[in-house]
Design a protein around this ligand. Structure first.
Ligand SMILES: [Zn+2]
Ligand SMILES: [Zn+2]
Length: 244
C-alpha cells in the first residue's frame, strides 16, 4: 500500500467531512468533483498524434509535428477543455478551490498510469512570480503533487522556474504562443541531469508552453521530457485559439 498517498487522501476526506464540498464543475453539493461531471467529461482517446497528443485522423505523427518536431517526447491530456472541466479549472485557478487539485488528479493518474512512461522526477509548469504572488499557489502544482505521490516518483517544484513574466496566451495564434513562451523558463541542472522529467500543467493548447519547458530542461541535461495536462484545448492547425 502506498502510505503517503493514502495519508494525503485521508487528509482531504477529513476536510470534506469538516467542510462539506460542492462540485467544482456544477456546484451540486456532496463532493468536490461529482459523478455526473466526471461522466460528462470527454476523455481524449485514440486516434491522436503520438507526439503532441492532439486528436488526429489516425494514430500517426501529425503534420505539425512532422514539419517541426517538438523538443518534448510526448504530450498527453486527460480530457477535452470545455463544459464542467473548464468550470472546474476556473475554480481551481481563480477561486482558491484547492481541494479540486486532489479530486481532478485522480482521473489524471488513471490515464497516466496506462501510458507506462518511465519517469524519474515530476514537476509542474511554474507561474511567473507576479502571478504566483497574486494567487498564492500554483494550480499545476496542486495537480502534480498527488500524481507524484501516487506514482511514487519524486516531485520537485524547483526543477523549472520562470526567467521572465509572459503575457497571457489568450487570443494568441500558435506562432505567437511559441514566441511568447520562448526562453521563458530555466531548469535546475542538479535536479534534472540525466533524468526523465514529467511536466504537469492544467491546460495544454498548442504545446508551446511544454516545448519551452522542454528546451530549458534538455539544456539543463534532462534525458527526456514528457508533458501531461488535465485538459486540452483541441485545435486545428490554422485556428486562432481563444481560451477566454
Ligand atoms: Zn458536478
Ligand atoms: Zn502532433
Amino acid at each position: 500500500m502506498n502510505l503517503a498517498f493514502r495519508v494525503y487522501q485521508l487528509f482531504w476526506e477529513a476536510m470534506d467531512w469538516l467542510f462539506p464540498p460542492d462540485c467544482g464543475g456544477c456546484a451540486s453539493p456532496g463532493s468536490r468533483w461529482c459523478v455526473d461531471c466526471s461522466h460528462n467529461t470527454i476523455e481524449i482517446t485514440s486516434p491522436i498524434c503520438p507526439v503532441c497528443g492532439n486528436p488526429n485522423l489516425t494514430d500517426t505523427v501529425c503534420h505539425r509535428c512532422r514539419s517541426s518536431h517538438p523538443l518534448y517526447t510526448s504530450l498527453r491530456s486527460y480530457a477535452v477543455f470545455g463544459g464542467s472541466i473548464r468550470e472546474a479549472i476556473h475554480r481551481l485557478k481563480y477561486q482558491r478551490d484547492i481541494g479540486l487539485g486532489e479530486a481532478l488528479a485522480r482521473p489524471m493518474i488513471t490515464t497516466l498510469s496506462k501510458l507506462n512512461w518511465s519517469l524519474d522526477i515530476i514537476t509542474s509548469v511554474p507561474l511567473g512570480l507576479v502571478r504566483f504572488k497574486e494567487r498564492g499557489y500554483n494550480q499545476a502544482t496542486l495537480l502534480a503533487r498527488p500524481i507524484a505521490l501516487c506514482l511514487r516518483v519524486p516531485f520537485n517544484t524547483h526543477a523549472l522556474s520562470r526567467t521572465r513574466e509572459t503575457k497571457t496566451q489568450v487570443g494568441l495564434t500558435i506562432n505567437e504562443r511559441q514566441e511568447n513562451m520562448a526562453g521563458a523558463f530555466q531548469a535546475m541542472s542538479e535536479l534534472v541531469q540525466g533524468k526523465k522529467v514529467l511536466v504537469v500543467d492544467d491546460v495544454a493548447t498548442s504545446g508551446a508552453t511544454l516545448n519551452a519547458c522542454a528546451k530549458a530542461l534538455l539544456e539543463g541535461g534532462a534525458d527526456k521530457v514528457y508533458g501531461f495536462s488535465l485538459a486540452r484545448a483541441v485545435f486545428s492547425p490554422n485556428d486562432d485559439i481563444d481560451l477566454s
